[in-house]
Design a binder for this molecule. Structure first.
Ligand SMILES: *Cc1c(COP(=O)(O)O)cnc(C)c1O
Length: 353
C-alpha cells in the first residue's frame, strides 16, 4: 500500500527543492477534508461546507506544511540555529522540525498571549523559549534585528519557503474534490496562508488541474483587523491569539488574493468566533482552536447577508489548528461537569431518567 510521504515528496514538482535538499519531514499534510452535513443544513441556501482540518498535522497546525520546506532549505544551507517569533504555532512547528533536523532552535513569544498547549510544545521539543513582554509584532521586530546581525536562519513568514510549503493544502483540496471549490474561507493573521492557498489554486488552475478558481474569503478578528481597517493596529485584542497580529507580513499579497479572486477580507467578533468554535465541535465533532473558527464565523456572517449567490456553493473552510492547543478556552465556555456521589440514583437524576 502506498503511504503518504509528506508534502515535499508528494508535490516535489511544484516546490523549489533539488536532489541536494535534505528532506526534513514529519509526514505533514494529507489532512482530511471533512464534509459538514449538520452545519450545511443549518445554514441552508444550498451551501455545502467542507472543513480542511489542518489541526491533524504533526504539531497540530498548518504551520508544519511551511516548516518542512523552511527547515529542509535551512538544512541544505547548513544552518546551525533557526529562530522565529510566533503566536505559538510557528514556534511549535519550528521546534519540532528543528529537533528532527538536529538544528538548534530559539523561539520568541509574546509573553502571556500564548495558549498553554503551544508553549508546552516548544518546551518539550527542546527549543530555547523566550517570552518577550509586549505584542507579537514587537517579538517579530527583535527576531528580525537578531537575524540581520547574527548567523541565524529566520523561519518566520519572511522566509519564502513557508508559503511554498503551505500552498500544498490547496493542491490537496483540488485533488480531493476534483476541482477548486467556489469559495474558500480562511482566518487571516500574518496573511501568509491566504497568500499560499491563492498561489496553490492558481498553479493547479494554470496546469489545467482545476476548472475554476475560488473566491478567497479571509477573516480577521475584529480587535485585530488591520487589513479590514486599512491601517496598522498598535495594540491588537482578541481571544483568537493565533491571529492577534496588528501588522501582517503578507498584507499586500493578501489584498492581491482578495482582489484577484473577487473575494473579501472582513472582520468577525470574538463572540462570533467562539460561537462557531463551539458549533463545530458540538454539531460536527471537529475541535479546532478558536482562531481557526474565524473561517466558519465568517461564512455564517456572510451567509446571513446572502453573500453566497452564484451557481454551485461549495465552501471550504480551513481549520488552521487543533482545539487541544488551547483547552482552557473550551473549558471556560462550556458548562461544568456534574459532580456526583458514586451512586446510580445520583446519575439518574442528572440524566433525567
Ligand atoms: C498562523 C495561524 C493562523 C494565521 O495564519 P497566517 O498565515 O498568519 O494568516 C491562523 N490560525 C492558526 C491556528 C495559526 O496557527
Amino acid at each position: 500500500m502506498a503511504y503518504w510521504k509528506g508534502v515535499i515528496e508528494e508535490y516535489r514538482a511544484y516546490l523549489p527543492v533539488t536532489e541536494k535538499t535534505p528532506v526534513i519531514t514529519l509526514k505533514e499534510g494529507d489532512t482530511p477534508l471533512i464534509y459538514g452535513p449538520n452545519i450545511s443544513k443549518k445554514l441552508g441556501n444550498d451551501l455545502k461546507l467542507y472543513f480542511k482540518f489542518e489541526g491533524l498535522n504533526p504539531t497540530g497546525s498548518f504551520k508544519d506544511r511551511g516548516m518542512t520546506m523552511a527547515m529542509s532549505k535551512a538544512a541544505e544551507d547548513g544552518a546551525k540555529v533557526v529562530v522565529c517569533a510566533s503566536t505559538g504555532n510557528t514556534s511549535a512547528a519550528a521546534a519540532a522540525y528543528a529537533a528532527h533536523a538536529g538544528i538548534s532552535c530559539a523561539v520568541f513569544l509574546p509573553h502571556g498571549s500564548i495558549a498553554l498547549g503551544k508553549m508546552a510544545q516548544s518546551l518539550i521539543y527542546g527549543a530555547k523559549v523566550i517570552a518577550v513582554e509586549g505584542s507579537f509584532d514587537k517579538a517579530l521586530k527583535l527576531t528580525r534585528e537578531l537575524a540581520d546581525k547574527y548567523p541565524v536562519t529566520m523561519v518566520n513568514s519572511n522566509n519564502p519557503y513557508r508559503i511554498e510549503g503551505q500552498k500544498t493544502a490547496a493542491f490537496e483540496i483540488v485533488d480531493t474534490i476534483g476541482d477548486a471549490p467556489e469559495y474558500h474561507a480562511i482566518p487571516v493573521g500574518n496573511a501568509g496562508n491566504i497568500t499560499a492557498y491563492w498561489k496553490g489554486y492558481n498553479e493547479y488552475y494554470k496546469k489545467g488541474l482545476s476548472k475554476q478558481l475560488p473566491k478567497m474569503c479571509g477573516f480577521q478578528a475584529a480587535g485585530s483587523a488591520p487589513i479590514v481597517l486599512g491601517k496598522i493596529v498598535e495594540d491588537p485584542q482578541t481571544i483568537a491569539t493565533a491571529i492577534k497580529i496588528g501588522n501582517p507580513y503578507s498584507w499586500k499579497s493578501a489584498e492581491a488574493a482578495r482582489d484577484e479572486s473577487r473575494g473579501l477580507i472582513e472582520a468577525v467578533t470574538d463572540q462570533e468566533i467562539l460561537e462557531a468554535y463551539q458549533l463545530l465541535a458540538s454539531t460536527e465533532g471537529i475541535f479546532c482552536e478558536p482562531a481557526s473558527a474565524a473561517s466558519l464565523a465568517g461564512v455564517i456572517k456572510k451567509n446571513k447577508q446572502n453573500y453566497f449567490v452564484d451557481g454551485q456553493r461549495r465552501v471550504v473552510c480551513t481549520l488552521t489548528g487543533h482545539g487541544l492547543k488551547d483547552p482552557d478556552r473550551a473549558v471556560s465556555i462550556c458548562s461544568k461537569p456534574h459532580v456526583v456521589k458514586p451512586e446510580l440514583d445520583e446519575i439518574l437524576k442528572v440524566l433525567n431518567l
